[in-house]
Design a protein around this ligand. Sequence first.
Ligand code: ADP
Ligand code: MG
Length: 634
Amino acid sequence: MSAPSNPITAHLPPAGKPLVTSRQLTLVLVVAMALAWGFLPEFTVSVLSNIGLYALVAAGLVMLTGVGGMTSFGQAAFVGVGSYATAWICTSPTVAAWMGGFVGPALLPWAGLLLGLVLTFALAWALGAVTLKLQGHYLPLCTIAWGLSLYYLFGNMDFLGGQTGITGVPPLVIAGFSLATPRALGIVIWAVLLLALWALHNLLDSREGRAIRALKGGRLMAESMGVDTARHRVKLFVLAALLAAVSGWLYAHLQRFVNPTPFNLNIGIELLFMAVVGGAGHLWGAVLGAALITLLKEKLQDVLPSLLGSSGNFEVIVFGLLMLFVLQRFAEGLWPTLARIASRWVRPHAAAAPDVARPAVPTVQLAQRNLPAKGEVLLQATSVSKHFGGLVANNDISMTLKAGEIHALIGPNGAGKSTFFNMISGVDDPSAGEVRLAGQTMTAKPSRVFAALGLGRTFQHVRLLGQRSVVENVTLGAHLRAKRGWLAAMLRLDRAEEAALMAEARRQIERCGLGAHADTPAASLSLGQQRVVEIARALAGQPSVLLLDEPAAGLRHLEKRALSVLLGQLRAEGLGILVVEHDMEFVMNLADRITVLEFGTVIATGTPAEVQANPRVLEAYLGGADDELLEETR
Ligand code: ADP
Ligand code: MG
């Protein structure tokens, strides 16, 4: 049987071939490993347990580095905090004297877990709040600094046993079972790892996950969608640190002693290495990377010294070369390549693919904004000036935008249009003057507050998450209309809201004429279409003010007509729309009012007919810059 015309199954390999979904494959592998666990050799079990411990930390790093774009070399230090916290609680006579009355010995490791998590939380929050403000190379450098400091701290604290560390850490006891061997504790390690991967996977596939992904695209875009980027960065950092601390807790009860060595900078680098080699942005890449590096290290430590005739940490050199090779050949890590090869036999889990035929009926309402009455002033700029050193980019510009009108801002290149755009969208503050949005003074407020007050915008240089689908990109625009947080997302309690967000995004995509592309990666669309995706994303936020920076650039004739029609509809619905646009035909046919800028100053304002007849405008466009007119009317 064949059903080639079904749009849902058309992209799948022909029926009849053995196919499993990724979820089935995962289940089979987990069950196989669970069945084999009792029969594997002691050594294998111990290696697998170590892989599980590393993978837990690496999964946090995948979130932090691969997804969030923040590099940390210092993760091993958080593993250390988790390890030392439980080792200290479980062995210190002081603690025993204190807790003796309330907490039995079997509960001490759990007190240790709690202490480790609380300490790590506080430490990561404090470190994150200070260091995550740093840009570029300063953040990784800082993580090296505190990674080193914590390592030396562990080794120099007398009550933590100095360089010798702490011995006699008791085994974990769960429900009366003592998990004293790797074979017993390994099950817990892998259970925790799988649970963490599940929760992180859920997080990434949610409203907050989209906000996290947006961090990598730069703060400007994310903030304009209403995402508090600073807060998200710190939370992501804390999350990664907590995973490392849990790994450290398990490690201490696996080894039954702790000393500073496993928490030094070397290991921090190795952990980062695992995340990067495995697949910087892919959670399963963390497991792959942890397995590869652990096995390789094992082999190299055997082979290299005898090969070179002397002992030493030679594997570090090989790791370095390997990292170079992988980053050269597989920039995204090994996981995507592996997934591509496997895609012949494995298809994505069905729930991941949207059900086009039967769209979910949302049971939750997104937040709705009351649209303003026609003619109401939405945005008001009063005597706005902007100086860059000696240069006056905006000089005393006043302008209003009303509900139900399209206002165009035109002017030659360098006239100050983009600068003004930044002033009225919270990207930058005016040197003088005032911007009011929805009746509020916006001085010194960040762009996410503008978004919350109903300002939606697009960017002159398209800012989309290219690898993500159009619908995911558009859903980000509705970020502020939903409220489920990280924990709800991790536990999958956000599904009803998520369905509502998706439905809203699809509605906006349809309306903008991109329905056929909703599930394709944004980067595979033409530049003109990507601009329209940005408009759909802005609309998903249900704005009352829409700012469009050159929306028609790169669009073909018919697409421009469609865009005109869409903007006309939005105007009729009562939106106030401000467009910066170079296409004069487009502007003259569409705009109700036009403001013309030259050298940062308003030289004319009025209806298209008035502006076209204004001698100063003709002078600006024809007099000084013939080429410009040619370029701009093209
Ligand atoms: P337009 O968008 O109309 O082409 P811009 O607003 O980008 O013009 O630029 C106006 C003037 O301000 C230009 O001379 C530009 O070089 C200058 N300018 C813009 N941004 C900055 C900045 N961050 N620092 C210094 N000068 C700037
Ligand atoms: Mg510009």
